[in-house]
Design a binder for this molecule. Structure first.
Ligand SMILES: Nc1ncnc2c1ncn2[C@@H]1O[C@H](COP(=O)(O)OP(=O)(O)OP(=O)(O)O)[C@@H](O)[C@H]1O
Ligand SMILES: Cc1ncc(COP(=O)(O)O)c(N)n1
Length: 269
């Protein structure tokens, strides 16, 4: 069975972070494993507490997997501090894990910081150069490039700047697009641009969309898909998950990680 490892934060509310990643891996029939970087007390209303792990605890979890089970692909999510980023980068280099997806998680929907300001430069210099794919949303791409992104042309300019950091492929996600009818993700592989556009779903239940998208991409890479095909499946997976979003809690509800598989098995009902 193909395996995937997520190195990310725990979301007690179950919609984002490690929980979203493992649910997504399972739905795509990949054996999911985790190394937890921080525990968050979180629900649909926001982040109420952040408890980072020590870098040693993160390293030990990664080593436990690296020394025994191994993995076909790795994704990173919330990493919180430069110490954790440096420790994680060192392990990824040590095990030569090349199928690496970096989701540069910075800020949760309610505005809580999931990455310290001091960690941005470590993310750029230590981790991103090791990645096969990075999946920033628009605000994250703005922080990483210093550009303002309003239009599709701006996204292209940001993608060109991001590959200069040494990453092979960039996917700039369109959830934060100003367009109210569509959500367009831009893929740049260093030479060609591709766009993935779907109808924008009018819903408040979008907690965990970014994590779920990058986890689906990672699962497909673990199975041996090309980056293009993996993004295609991830886009289909997240569209179904948002369309069938789950109305729990009083704020931004989670997406439905089971929707993609159910549609494939039973059709669109
Ligand atoms: N309302 C929506 N309708 C359709 N697709 C969406 C919607 N919102 C986000 N997406 C898609 O979901 C994926 C995640 O994108 P997004 O930009 O929301 O990530 P994110 O900002 O990291 O997530 P979050 O906003 O939860 O932090 C992308 O493929 C994006 O196009
Ligand atoms: C532990 C954790 N990690 C990541 C996110 C961002 O979630 P998303 O960008 O997918 O909504 C989150 N809210 N909590």
């Amino acid at each position: 069975m193909n395996k995937a490892l997520t190195i990310a934060g725990s979301d007690s509310g179950g919609g984002a972070g490690i929980q979203a990643d493992l649910k997504t891996f399972q739905e795509l029939e990949v054996f999911g494993m985790s190394a937890i970087t921080a525990v968050t007390a979180q629900n649909t209303l926001g982040v109420h507490g952040v408890y980072p792990m020590t870098p040693e605890a993160v390293v030990q979890q990664i080593q436990a997997i690296g020394e025994d089970i191994g993995t076909n692909a790795v994704k990173t999510g919330m990493l919180f501090s430069s110490d954790i980023i440096e420790a994680v980068s060192e392990q990824i280099r040590k095990y030569r894990w090349e199928n690496l997806v970096v989701d540069p998680v910075m800020i949760a929907k309610g505005g809580a910081s999931l990455l310290l300001q001091e960690a941005i430069s470590a993310m750029k210099t230590h981790l991103i150069p090791l990645a096969k794919v990075i999946t920033p949303n628009i605000p994250e791409a703005e922080v990483l490039t210093g550009l303002t992104i309003r239009s599709h042309e701006d996204k292209k300019e940001a993608a060109l700047k991001l590959v200069e950091l040494g990453v092979q492929t960039v996917v700039i996600k369109g959830g934060h697009d100003e367009d109210e009818s569509e959500s367009t993700d831009l893929l740049f592989d260093g030479s060609e641009f591709h766009t993935f556009t779907n109808q924008r779903i009018p819903t408040k239940n979008t907690h965990g969309t970014g994590c779920t998208f990058s986890a689906a991409l990672t699962a497909e890479l673990a199975k041996g898909s090309s980056i293009y095909d993996a993004v295609l499946t991830a886009k289909e997976f997240i569209q179904a998950a948002i369309e069938d979003g789950i109305d729990v809690g009083h704020g931004h509800g989670p997406t439905n990680h089971g929707a993609f598989r159910r549609r494939r098995e039973f059709g669109n009902r």
